[in-house]
Design a protein around this ligand. Structure first.
Ligand code: TYM
Length: 333
């Protein structure tokens, strides 16, 4: 008998422009995984309300995330590409899972602590239970693989914990989901200033967005932090130089990388030249995605159609899971 395909699920919040971190941490994996797995990818509009309660820009941002995903190579006929709020079963499972999540563990979550610090006047309950909603997204489809960047590792640990708790208490329904990346490690794409990671809403001049035009890409790359260069052969690289090499590894050819490694190790490197090369390779990488995304974004009817089709597929899978959940929990009176 043919074995059932493993199920894959992941999501992106519509809180701004997609950047290289989203691409290399998440979307690049989605595009490969659609060949081999049954995939559910969604725009996490409900999650975005925990930090962006104003919904004036939401529609635009949802459209943007969808267009950019498709421009990167996601095929909406192959995967379920949908919007989180269109699948109401998510809210039901979220509520049920909330009874299995403890205040102490939620308060200790790194992302909660970080966001509570950033928005002290809006430490809402949704922020606290963010990982519970994320767990609901994932296990609603009984997914076992979740392509994400390194920053989501702790959320995935929590998802496993909540799934285990459910299984233990009510019967084994859910696989334990694992964070996934082709290659061995989950990745973190660093920001161009060497401080932290690329991000949708912070650090905008140190982040390369898939919508940046050629001149802006060049400007940002040329401003990346460097120094006078090494004075001793084969010396270790400072973090901000390591980051430039890391970015180069994402978009440049092996020969190019090799040549600059060599120049670094022999103290002949010229960072101006290195950044020029990196900028041109980034432009080559980003331009076709930007152009394709722009043309898709202008076609509202197409996007609406895709969201409807995606939500239908997602709801079908969600309904099957929720029937099992309700029955396992004893909601049968
Ligand atoms: P979000 O919207 O912050 O990011 C979307 C994806 O991009 C990855 N990512 C990065 N990877 C590498 N380097 C970076 N600098 C970088 N910045 C972002 C993130 O790891 C993520 O994979 N909580 C999720 C959204 C979500 C979700 C889910 C994910 C909601 N429900 C269910 C998986 C499964 C988030 O905030 O992603």
């Amino acid at each position: 008998m043919a074995s059932r395909k493993q199920i894959v699920m992941s999501g992106i919040r519509p809180t701004g422009f997609l950047h290289l971190g989203n691409y290399f941490g998440a979307v690049r994996n989605y595009v490969r995984m659609q060949e081999d797995y049954e995939c559910f990818f969604m725009v996490a509009d409900l999650h975005s309300l925990t930090t962006h309660p104003d919904t004036a820009e939401l529609k635009n941002n949802v459209h943007r995330v969808l267009s950019e995903n498709i421009a990167c190579g996601l095929d909406p006929d192959r995967v379920a590409l949908y919007c989180q709020s269109h699948v109401h079963e998510t809210a039901e499972l979220y509520l049920l899972l909330n009874m299995l999540a403890y205040l102490g563990e939620l308060e200790k979550t790194t992302t909660f602590k970080e966001k509570a610090r950033l928005q002290p006047d809006n430490v809402n309950a949704g922020l606290l239970t963010y990982p519970v909603l994320q767990t609901a997204d994932i296990i609603l489809h009984r997914a076992s693989l979740v392509p994400v960047g390194k920053d989501q590792e702790q959320h995935l640990e929590m998802a496993r914990k909540f799934a285990q708790r459910f299984n233990h208490r009510y019967g084994k329904i859910f696989p334990e989901p694992q964070a996934f990346n082709y290659g061995s490690e989950l990745i973190k794409v660093p920001s161009l200033d060497g401080a932290g990671k690329m991000s949708k809403s912070e650090n905008q001049f140190a982040t390369l967005y898939l919508s940046d035009d050629d001149e802006l890409i060049r400007k940002k790359v040329m401003r990346a932090k460097t120094d006078q260069g090494p004075t001793e052969k084969n010396s270790p690289k400072p973090d901000y130089i390591e980051n430039i090499f890391l970015l180069m590894k994402l978009v440049s050819s092996e020969e190019t990388i090799h040549a600059f490694e060599e120049a670094y190790n022999t103290c002949t490197i010229r960072y101006g030249d290195m950044k020029k090369e990196l900028a041109e390779d980034m432009v080559k990488f980003i331009t076709p995605i930007r152009q394709k995304a722009e043309s898709i974004r202008n076609d509202e009817n197409y996007l609406k159609e895709i969201m409807e089709k995606g939500a239908e597929k997602a709801r079908k899978s969600a309904r099957t899971t929720m029937e099992q959940v309700r029955s396992a929990m004893g909601f049968n009176y």
